[in-house]
Write a protein that binds this ligand. Structure first.
Ligand SMILES: [Zn+2]
Length: 250
């Protein structure tokens, strides 16, 4: 797993196969976490309780920790995430996005995986720092995806600035719970498709084509609704041509 080199621990990982796209990002994030820990040569490893400043487990600290968790679960926006008709890995991603814990370049800089400056520049426009707000709303390269989607849905709107506001903005015409959940699934499909394409641009040198991303998102949302919403039987053609009618039937 590693060795000491001039008083510093150097991690050495051996993988059964080469790492793929997302796995490289996970490794970077893990190394960022590990770098924040200070290892001491000659001292044995030991368990520590992170909810207490002394590192010692106390019932009181665990009670406070669990209470904070419950408060988080009561956040109505996070509740919407868990009830959305989308796959669980997408829910987990959206949850991390809303808490600003995805591996955007500014977050990797905060964890000292990348250095500020060139290391934090948006990989799409190469003009500004890549924050989640930038990537999913303000970036001149990704921004047209939203307007293409608004045109598809037949709505006129500006793009909300933060992912959280976007998610709340997105039920444009849904009235009941299911209709709103269907529109939120479209928003999640867009965000997920932007993120996967952004990773492809970084790790495989792919291109970022807003119309292609919209089509991917349309397809994903349609597949998710077909799989997870009872009675959603619309064909791919009907969904592409008239999403509003499909949503309002939910
Ligand atoms: Zn950008």
């Amino acid at each position: 797993m590693g060795h000491w080199l001039n008083g510093e621990w150097e991690w050495v990982f051996k993988w059964r196969r080469g790492l793929r796209g997302r796995e490289v990002g996970w490794l970077e994030a893990m190394l960022g976490e590990l770098r924040t820990k200070c290892l001491t040569e000659g001292r044995r490893d030991r368990w520590t309780w992170r909810q207490d400043g002394e590192g010692i487990y106390t019932v009181n600290s665990s009670y406070l920790f669990l209470q904070a968790q419950n408060l988080e679960e009561e956040d109505p926006v996070l509740k919407l995430v868990w009830s959305a008709p989308v796959p669980s890995n997408v829910k987990a991603f959206i949850w991390r996005l809303l808490k600003d814990r995805i591996q955007t370049r500014d977050n990797l800089c905060k964890r000292q995986v990348l250095t500020r400056g060139e290391g934090s520049t948006c990989p799409l426009c190469r003009q500004e720092e890549e924050t989640s707000m930038h990537l999913f709303s303000r970036c001149a390269v990704s921004n047209p995806v939203w307007y293409a989607c608004f045109a598809w849905l037949g709505v006129f709107s500006a793009v909300a600035a933060s992912p959280r506001d976007q998610m709340l903005q997105f039920p444009f015409f849904g009235i009941n719970k299911n209709q709103k959940a269907g529109e939120i699934a479209i928003w999640m499909a867009l965000v997920w498709s932007i993120w996967l394409t952004r990773n492809k641009v970084i790790f495989q040198g792919g291109a970022f084509d807003p119309n292609q991303i919209l089509e991917l998102a349309q397809l994903r949302a349609w597949q998710w609704l077909r799989a997870k919403v009872d009675g959603f039987m619309y064909s791919w053609f009907e969904w592409k041509e008239n999403p509003g009618v499909c949503i309002l039937s939910l």
